[in-house]
Design a protein around this ligand. Structure first.
Ligand SMILES: *[C@@H]1O[C@H](CO)[C@@H](O)[C@H](O)[C@H]1NC(C)=O
Ligand SMILES: *[C@@H]1O[C@H](CO)[C@@H](O)[C@H](O)[C@H]1NC(C)=O
Ligand SMILES: *[C@@H]1O[C@H](CO)[C@@H](O)[C@H](O)[C@H]1NC(C)=O
Ligand SMILES: *[C@@H]1O[C@H](CO)[C@@H](O)[C@H](O)[C@H]1NC(C)=O
Ligand SMILES: *[C@@H]1O[C@H](CO)[C@@H](O)[C@H](O)[C@H]1NC(C)=O
Ligand SMILES: *[C@@H]1O[C@H](CO)[C@@H](O)[C@H](O)[C@H]1NC(C)=O
Length: 319
């Protein structure tokens, strides 16, 4: 008995460690849960990884385990709002800080056991969630998450790509100013020799289709739910209902969980009588950009946006 348990453990460990690092092995058709041998194997392997990495059950009935759902981005898309709103649901246990497990090599090298130890304590019926917005645009992350568990459900919150760039710039601007570092004006970053500057990283992050293609190499579209970040700010409830549905959560989040704060101009959250607004840094004013440059950006994003809509079979009301 003991030896067979040990053998199973070692086998699991072996399977995990011996996975060749660069062979994408996503089974082709499994949309309808068609049970090919590969899918069974992948799922057993994921379950075994889950069992080996979770911490011992605490006397209060909770333990730390690998996330079954990950909010992968996008940076400045509204990931903080999304995870806070999702936490309103009693079936969710959300990590408080951004873990950066799959995108930072020194974290990734610590292994899945370490990753699990960064997770909140959860009850068996709860879904563990973490958010790291940089995952979406990091090219080696999809494969790494897939290898942890191909059944992982992914949440991606996006907003108008031009708006996202302005917000991205604003964050960097405030960070640099705080550190008394130099910062360039946004127009200098956006335009080079009269043309859109493709080397500006914030611009690349808004080319959603490029990054999405990477994810779709490993995950079927049915495992990725795109949240409309513009709508989540304007009217959070319908977007959150869609997220509940995607995760097969019971319908628990309701209108009384949200109230509009006129001073802030944003929705705040109410949970069991406790009221909470997002951090001050959310919703900062964006820089002024000359309208010919803005128009140039809107124009520039038409084609990348169209490609993205085609990839996901859905359109958004962006510029
Ligand atoms: C993982 O643990 C669960 C519950 O204890 C068990 O049902 C399942 O068979 C285990 N999976 C593997 C692959 O050992
Ligand atoms: C259960 O115990 C853990 C570990 O001490 C603690 O972090 C967590 O908040 C506790 N959860 C509940 C619901 O008491
Ligand atoms: C944007 O980033 C992706 C992923 O990092 C990279 O493959 C691509 O070459 C970049 N595109 C441009 C136009 O810089
Ligand atoms: C939710 O349930 C449906 C239908 O049973 C299933 O196809 C889907 O994979 C489930 N999603 C999750 C996140 O478990
Ligand atoms: C909304 O959910 C809360 C629990 O989170 C519950 O107490 C309240 O009755 C619900 N309100 C409505 C209108 O369903
Ligand atoms: C509304 O927002 C203002 C400004 O951030 C804040 O000081 C105030 O506490 C908030 N009020 C409520 C009821 O959330």
């Amino acid at each position: 008995m003991r030896t067979s348990v040990m053998a199973a453990f070692l086998l699991g460990l072996f399977l995990f460690v011996s996975q060749p690092p660069s062979v994408p092995s996503r089974p082709t058709v499994n949309e309808a849960g068609a049970s090919s041998k590969t899918v069974d194997y992948e799922q057993r392997r994921a379950s075994s990884i889950q069992n080996q990495t979770q911490t011992a059950v605490h006397p209060n009935g909770t333990r730390q385990q690998l996330p079954q759902t990950i909010i992968i981005g996008v940076r400045k898309g509204g990931t903080r709002a999304l995870i806070e709103m999702l936490s309103l649901h009693p079936g969710i246990a959300a990590a408080e800080s951004e873990v950066h497990f799959f995108d930072w090599e020194d974290h990734f090298e610590k292994g899945l056991q370490w990753y699990a130890s960064q997770m909140p304590f959860s009850y068996p019926h709860q879904i563990t969630v973490e958010k790291t917005p940089a995952y979406f645009t990091s090219s080696n992350v999809p494969e790494r998450i897939y290898k942890m568990n191909p059944a992982t459900r992914l949440l991606l919150i996006l907003r108008d790509p031009t708006e996202r760039i302005l917000s991205d710039y604003t964050q960097v601007f405030y960070n640099r100013r705080q550190k008394h570092k130099l910062y360039q004006h946004i127009e200098t970053m956006l335009i080079k020799n009269g043309d859109i500057n493709m080397d500006y990283k914030a611009l690349n992050r808004s080319l959603y289709y490029i990054h999405m293609q990477n994810w779709l190499k490993y995950f079927p579209l049915s495992h990725i739910h795109v949240v409309d970040g513009n709508m989540l700010i304007k009217d959070p409830l319908p977007e959150m209902k869609r997220v509940e549905k995607f995760l097969n959560l019971s319908a628990q989040i309701n209108a009384s969980n949200f109230y509009f704060n006129k001073t802030k101009g944003f929705y705040c959250l109410r949970n069991h009588g406790r009221e909470r607004c997002l951090h001050e840094s959310k919703g900062r004013a964006h820089p002024q950009v000359a309208s010919p440059i803005l128009d140039k950006l809107y124009q520039f994003f038409h084609e990348p946006n169209r490609k993205f809509f085609q990839l996901i079979g859905r359109t958004f009301d962006w510029h």
